[in-house]
Write a new protein. Structure first.
Length: 236
């Protein structure tokens, strides 16, 4: 895989350029923090668009000009390869996410018991059909036998960023968000045994196959500096 990306670089324009990256909403902040060191190291700039993985899939199929996808799951990059919209052999896991139950209120006892108590008005999750973190949240609630109990109280964000906003604004008292998003308040890191692993894959899209900047960005994402940033945000 690494040799494949390097060969792409050798054939591409080596001048400074810009890479257009579609990034899953949960990874938007770490991606922004990677842009500056990437620029210093390579001379290439990153143009980031964040949103739900499901919507990105639809946009890429419709011809959106993205060159790299940083997905919130494994399945979407694989589907894009099967569709001929991603370069085979360039897909790899750049992070494994953790799901957290979060409240903006400090000193709130968080955990499974709080969900079972059901003493809240609104619980925010990302749309399970569009966002892998939303699908994981639904899986957790189903495994705990609570899905039917809380379904009438759910508010769904289009992506995990909007879900975070519902909780931070007070429109929802609790929400399932990415651990990387947690800022203050109170949170419970959901046991990984309660949902499928949140492996997040990156892939070079067909539009980026001749882009030196796109290939360089994927190489950078696999390097030690990027891995340090990924870990600092609570990813594995």
């Amino acid at each position: 895989m690494r040799l494949g990306i390097l060969s792409l670089l050798a054939c591409a324009n080596v001048g400074a350029a810009e890479v257009h990256v579609a990034v899953a909403a949960n990874f938007a902040t770490p991606a922004r923090h990677l842009a500056a060191p990437f620029l210093r190291e390579t001379g290439h700039r990153v143009a980031l668009s964040s949103g739900s993985t499901g919507k990105f899939y639809a946009q890429i199929k419709s011809g959106a000009p993205f060159e790299v996808l940083l997905s919130a799951d494994e399945a979407t990059p694989r589907r894009l390869e099967e569709d001929g919209l991603a370069v085979p052999g360039t897909r790899f896991t750049y992070a494994t996410g953790r799901l957290a139950l979060w409240s903006a209120r400090p000193n709130l006892p968080m955990g499974e018991a709080l969900l079972r108590k059901n003493d809240f008005q609104r619980l925010a999750i990302a749309n399970p059909r569009l966002a892998p973190y939303g699908a994981a949240a639904q899986e957790v609630l189903e495994k705990l036998g609570l899905w039917a109990n809380v379904r009438s109280k759910l508010v769904q964000g289009e992506n995990i960023a909007q879900t975070f906003q519902f909780v931070s604004s007070g429109n929802a008292q609790l929400g399932f968000v990415a651990l990387s998003q947690v800022q203050g308040g109170s949170h419970w890191i959901v046991p990984a045994t309660l949902h499928a692993p949140l492996k997040q894959d990156a892939v070079l899209l067909a539009r980026g196959k001749d882009s030196a900047a796109a290939g360089s960005f994927l190489e950078f994402l696999r390097g030690p500096l990027a891995r340090e940033v990924v870990r600092s945000y609570g990813y594995e």
